[in-house]
Design a protein. Structure first.
Lengths: 202, 175
């Protein structure tokens, strides 16, 4: 019996400048770690460089595992990882690891624009059919949701802040940049600011 | 578990106990024969998170996240795993995260698998190049003192430190 190939759920049509703020909601409900490039610019702008946010400027692939370490260290706080398709593709193993640990206070938002925006908008694997949400489901993560059309946003936003099993929300957006402001690329300063706000003076 | 008989404590148990005394609560690793006692201790310890990784570089990022949240961790890996961590160590160097790893060495004293030599022999060069201080241990009686030194250097002075457990200490794997 011939089966039809599954429809690719990523449509790459949503506007990230609208959808990402809707999904994140009130950002200071979370401790936030972001991947480099699109994600860090976006969350820096959304939070006005808040002290509950740590964003990468390099070390591609670190965001999800940093979120795991933070979530385990701070079980009473909700931790949100915001990353892009490129960074997620580089660290697929971390999804497997996170699924085995399944912290109850960790949410991952992957903003998938199907492109490496930072390096000149080369197409990524997700624009060629790789479905990160299907991969996330395959790792055993229990709560996975794709936001491909506007009607999917409310469920995604709810899932990100509900708590319970670790969730993975894939937001399929147009291949455009989010807001691009100035970034603090000195990681040691960002670490100190984050820790001081969370833990008090060293 | 250790300490219940007249047998001297195994150095692996002493090392685990030192890490726990220093409030290390996140143990991460890719399964490795050289670390089996430490890994099993962490799995049996309800007070810690024992986290199996798919690749060692995940552990580097995990420990940085732990530090952001005020927790302490250690990455246990074989020398081959060091190579998997190289670019991720720029996270540690760039943000001055404290970083502690314990490396079971291969490709060294009495190694019988030629595949292990390239990375095993490059461990110190690679770690040093990425700003990680290497402390080598070859004798059981030096383990505790070295781990204590590494804990102080990492969590009091904020350095990144690798304790290298040599094959003189571990014994070369029999083939």
């Amino acid at each position: 019996m011939k089966t039809e190939p599954q429809a690719v759920k990523s449509l790459f049509t949503l506007d990230r400048t609208k959808v990402v703020p809707e999904l994140v909601g009130k950002p200071d409900d979370f401790l936030i770690v972001t991947g480099l490039a699109g994600a860090v610019y976006e969350i820096a702008a959304l939070t006005n460089h808040a002290d509950y946010f740590y964003g990468l400027g390099g070390a591609m692939g670190a965001a999800c595992m940093m979120g795991l370490g933070l979530a385990l260290a701070q079980p009473k706080r909700k931790v949100l990882v915001v990353t892009g398709d490129g960074e997620m593709l580089m660290s697929l193993g971390s999804l497997c690891t996170i699924a085995t640990v399944n912290p109850q206070n960790l949410s991952i938002l992957c903003v998938d624009n199907g492109h490496y925006g930072e390096t000149g908008y080369q197409r990524s694997h997700t624009a060629r059919g790789v479905d990160l949400a299907a991969i996330a489901t395959g790792t055993g993560l229990k709560r996975v949701h794709t936001v491909a059309v506007e009607e999917d946003v409310a469920e995604g936003a709810k899932m990100l802040r509900a708590g319970g099993d670790t969730c993975f929300v894939l937001a399929s957006v147009k291949p455009t940049d989010g807001p691009k402001g100035k970034l603090n690329l000195f990681g040691d300063e960002c670490r100190t600011i984050f820790r001081r706000a969370l833990l008090g003076p060293a | 578990m250790s300490g219940t008989s007249a047998e001297p404590k195994r150095w692996q148990d002493e090392m685990y106990d030192e890490l726990r005394k220093a409030n290390v609560t996140q143990f991460c690793y890719v399964p490795d024969a050289g670390h089996i006692i430490m890994i099993n201790r962490s799995l049996a310890d309800p007070e810690v998170h024992s986290i199996g990784l798919t690749s060692e570089e995940e552990g580097v990022a995990l420990l940085a996240g732990a530090d952001l949240g005020g927790a302490r961790g250690v990455l246990l890996m074989q020398s081959s795993g060091v190579g998997n961590c190289i670019n991720m160590l720029s996270l540690i160097e760039g943000s001055r995260f404290p970083f502690l790893c314990v490396v079971s060495m291969r490709g060294q004293f009495g190694e019988g698998n030629p595949w292990q030599y390239a990375m095993g022999q490059a461990v110190e060069t690679v770690l040093s190049a990425m700003g990680v201080i290497c402390l080598k241990v070859d004798r059981p009686e030096d383990v505790v003192g070295t781990v204590q030194a590494a804990l102080t250097m990492t969590f009091k002075s904020g350095r990144s430190v690798a304790v290298l457990l040599g094959q003189k200490l571990l014994g070369a794997k029999k083939f």
